[in-house]
Write a protein that binds this ligand. Sequence first.
Ligand code: TRP
Ligand code: SF4
Length: 400
Amino acid sequence: MFVDRVLSGMRPTGSLHLGHYHGVLKNWLALQHQYECLFFAADWHALTTHYDTPDVIEQHVWDMVIDWLAAGVDPTRATLFIQSRVPEHAELHLLLSMITPLSWLERIPTYKDQQEKLRDRDLATYGFLGYPLLQSADVLIYRANRIPVGEDQVPHIEFTREIARRFNHIFGREQDFVQKAEAAVKQLGVKKGKLYTELRTRYQERGDTQALASANALLDEQQNLSVGDRERLYGYLEGEGKVILTEPKALLTAASKMPGLDGQKMSKSYDNTIALRDSIESVTKKIRTMPTDPARVRRSDPGEPEKCPVWQFHQVYSTDKTKDWVRQGCTTAGIGCLECKQPVLDAILEEQKPMRERAQIYVEDPALTRNIIAEGCEKARKMASDTLRDVKAAMKLSYS
Ligand code: TRP
Ligand code: SF4
């Protein structure tokens, strides 16, 4: 079986917070049980915007990796690595840049958006313009086909698909393609070979997309095809070229409901975060002092949960019963705000407890994290160099 491969990168921005946990990491935890997963620290991507503060990046990477492990990312299931330690990404990025139209990069919404948002930085750089292409290289070098992303990153995945298609179109024409593809059909065996040919004909002659889907599924299940033959057969279904780079699909992650302490989106730049591994004292203080409905000046003033950030926390952490208790108590001034915050505080501390415990051994012994990453980088490099070899061969760069 050809298992779906998931890849996701995270920029090292320092300690992760509960927004990352609810928005991204919980999703990773589920994915690692369903797919082959690759998760990496996108340190080059961090440099595209923060090239003037490079000294913090390394610490941010290690803190972030410990946070992943603390959250429950399992290094025996997922491959964890650092982007810059797999230089194959950079080589593929360079090679893809040869065929990337500038206009494709300029029209990606995040390009202008981020320049607007980070106006204090000079982002009129070559590296920043190439941000999405570097991301494409990250994805394509592993032939990853499922990319978990939030709404804002969907254009990057679309762009990646277009780059893969363009690459395959330009470089996927090999000499003797048809002969090689027909030889690969024979590799399927008599019965499946016949089925493949039938489905291919149905698609090519009648545009039967159902047949195309069945043929792709048939190929997905083949265990004894070489990578090259598999790509030929995928490509042969639709035309006369080889599929060298796989078009990925976005796995859309629902936006997190986790707000910051002030009710805005939780983000370091708003200074409203609770870190994954915040101390008990710090969390307690943050919750106790977080703002509530401004109308509740005195304990005897009734409030409206809709106007209170604590209520949003209850949406994430509380049962319906607790929420009824809040609504009732708040609107009648039956409970005080500290009382109302207690179940939220308890739930957060409960959620963080196993994370703090898991993190401890990694904090005490940094060699553990270094080893996990070293192993992950090595595994990633093996996969990456397979793809790069095919890419270079297609681009006539395999000198003898
Ligand atoms: N651009 C992504 C972000 O800002 C991070 C990233 C880099 C990424 N490379 C990737 C995500 C490859 C998915 C796949 O969140
Ligand atoms: Fe907010 Fe709860 Fe206080 Fe109402 S009682 S204002 S919901 S903290």
